[in-house]
Design a protein around this ligand. Structure first.
Ligand code: SIN
Length: 279
């Protein structure tokens, strides 16, 4: 097996590791690589749906996306389809986000494989949210550790131009703005443009200004990011409590079709740095 870092701080391409065989300590090896590099790009994989789900179960129980619950989409509930057609304007994940951060217990991670690739483009870009926090000034870091923000699934729906059916609900939850990563304990800047609606206990203008600055910090700093390219047989997985991602839609009118499996988080995010003795 060969592990080739994608950048000095985030992501690795893994060659020579067969995801369809997780026997004999290989699941532990996979978990260790996942939490070390936080974005893993595997080449030359041959996974069917069951094998795809088995990879997800290494990390925990499989997640069912709220859109399945809200809209009663039929089919395999643990498979979330990402699909862009020739005329799709807003593709799944086409702005910076963490998957379903509006859940009380957002997913630990996601695993994506593409079934149909465009001839070029369609990369997925990731942002290291620990580094995003660590590259802010000390005064800004100290202020953010005191704050909580509301993440709302309706914000995500609105972006796609969707509304839930009458009587159906979509999650909304308040999380700390700076969380402790559940495995490493590292601080993570836990706000994202896809789901974070406002900062609680602040005026609309204050909240809007701070969130806009933080969303810009993610989007305008390539030094925080790494980029996964796709080939037939590529599988990409990411630590959803540590990174945000963005699906680049630069390949229209070609279609792109994928299936994602996500894993239920191991608990609600906890605040980092509020106890001054550990900050
Ligand atoms: C997503 O999970 O947000 C989609 C990522 C992608 O299609 O590259």
């Amino acid at each position: 097996m060969n592990i080739e870092p994608l950048t000095p701080h985030l992501g690795a391409q893994i060659d020579g590791f067969d995801l369809s065989d997780l026997s004999g300590g290989r699941a532990d090896q996979l978990e260790e690589m996942f939490y070390t590099h936080r974005v893993l790009v595997f080449r030359n994989q041959e996974l069917d749906r069951d094998a795809h789900k088995a990879v997800g179960r290494v990390f925990g129980e499989l997640h069912v996306h709220p859109s399945k619950k809200a809209f009663g989409i039929k089919g395999d509930p643990e498979i979330f389809k990402v699909r862009a057609e020739a005329d799709t304007v807003k593709v799944n994940g086409g702005r910076w986000h963490m998957d379903v951060s509006c859940d009380e217990n957002p997913p630990t991670g996601s695993i994506l494989r593409l079934l149909e690739l465009p001839p070029y483009g369609g990369d997925t870009v990731f942002c290291d949210m620990s580094r995003a926090f660590e590259t802010l000034s000390g005064p800004m870091q100290r202020m953010l550790t005191e704050l909580d923000a509301r993440h709302d699934g309706q914000r995500d729906l609105r972006w796609y131009g969707l509304t839930p059916d009458p009587g159906q609900t979509y999650p909304s939850w308040v999380h700390p703005v700076v969380t402790a990563h559940p495995v490493s304990g590292r601080p993570v800047l836990f706000v994202n443009e896809g789901f974070t609606e406002d900062i609680v206990d602040m005026s609309y203008d204050e909240s809007r200004a701070i969130l806009a600055m933080l969303f810009d910090h993610v989007a305008r700093n390539p030094g925080l990011q790494c980029r996964a390219t796709w080939e037939p047989g590529t599988v990409v997985m990411w630590d959803n409590r540590a990174v945000q991602h963005f699906a680049v839609h630069d390949y229209a009118p070609h279609p792109r079709l994928g299936e994602r499996v996500s894993v239920v988080g191991k608990g609600s995010p906890i605040a980092w740095g509020r106890d001054r003795s550990t900050a």
